[in-house]
Write a protein that binds this ligand. Structure first.
Ligand code: NAP
Length: 246
């Protein structure tokens, strides 16, 4: 078990990639804090985690709300004594072409996908510094590397979380804390719900592996990066896209 007794907070873990990551971490022996907005989806993920070799607790916290995040970290430390890993996974889309994108669409995505990552990391960093160890993992996207039609806001947020990871890798590396970003391609979760089926099929055609990604394939990458097997991986930006961008 690669994450035996490690304590991990995973945001946006009620469904999709976050849920798959919570279950994978628990399967690898971790104690998982399932952070999300909806108590029902949190409960479902906690139950799935408890069916594995790990343990889990749910916490309703909004990544926009620093107070709820600080309470979550305090509750985690009270229960399990430490925080070994933070997976900044929560994210949204609000797509429109630049000419039509409203300020609200821009701000809502930046507030969750970029400021939310700052907030969550701010809430855990002192705990990790006191421990002199920790791993911070940011969910970016191939869109953060290459841009995408109709995603000015999302591309800015996902490029931004790469900048934060590289900064933290420099600032925190000597304190025993690693920071890395994962850039998924197109992965079958509800976030793709607004993309028409014909566009998804066309995307699939472009992937050298001939298919979209599975949430578990991103979860496996997060789990490896959180483990001691990745002890020299710091400031890395790892694309998991089936080769879509080559
Ligand atoms: P998803 O299925 O839509 O799940 C996102 C989760 O984040 C949901 O459980 C959602 O909660 C939660 N969330 C949203 N706003 C939140 C907030 N303010 N505070 C706490 N939790 C919040 O998305 P996904 O596809 O799994 O994506 C996970 C991450 O991977 C995102 O950062 C996304 O940008 C990134 N990514 C995904 C893909 C892809 O193709 N799927 C590709 C590249 C990158 P509710 O359900 O309650 O709204």
């Amino acid at each position: 078990m690669r994450l035996r007794d490690k304590v991990a907070i995973i945001t946006g873990a009620g469904r999709g990639i976050g849920q798959a990551t919570a279950v994978k971490f628990a399967t690898e022996g971790a104690k998982v804090v399932v952070c999300d907005l909806d108590p029902e989806t949190i409960k479902e993920t906690v139950e799935m985690c408890k069916e594995t070799r790990g343990d889990a607790m749910g916490y309703v916290a909004d990544v926009r709300d620093i107070e709820s995040l600080e309470s979550m970290v305090a509750a985690t430390v009270a229960k399990w004594g430490r925080v070994d890993c933070l997976v900044n996974n929560a994210g949204i889309v609000a797509d429109a072409q630049m000419k039509n994108m409203s300020e609200d669409q821009f701000d809502s995505v930046i507030e969750i996908n970029l400021k939310g990552v700052f907030n969550c990391t701010k809430a855990v960093v002192n705990t990790m510094l006191a421990q002199q160890s920790g791993v911070i993992l940011n969910a970016s996207s191939i869109v953060g590397l290459h841009g995408n039609f109709g995603q000015t806001n999302y591309a800015a947020s996902k490029f931004g979380v790469i900048g934060m990871v590289k900064t933290w890798a420099r600032e925190l590396g000597r304190k025993g804390i690693r920071a890395n970003a994962v850039c998924p391609g197109f992965v079958t979760t509800s976030i793709l719900g607004t993309i028409p089926e014909r566009v998804l099929r066309a995307l699939e055609e472009k992937v050298p592996l001939g298919r979209l990604g599975k949430p578990e394939e991103i979860a496996n990458t997060f789990a490896w990066l959180a483990s001691d097997e990745a002890s020299y991986i710091n400031g890395a930006v790892i694309e998991v896209s089936g080769g879509l961008t080559i």
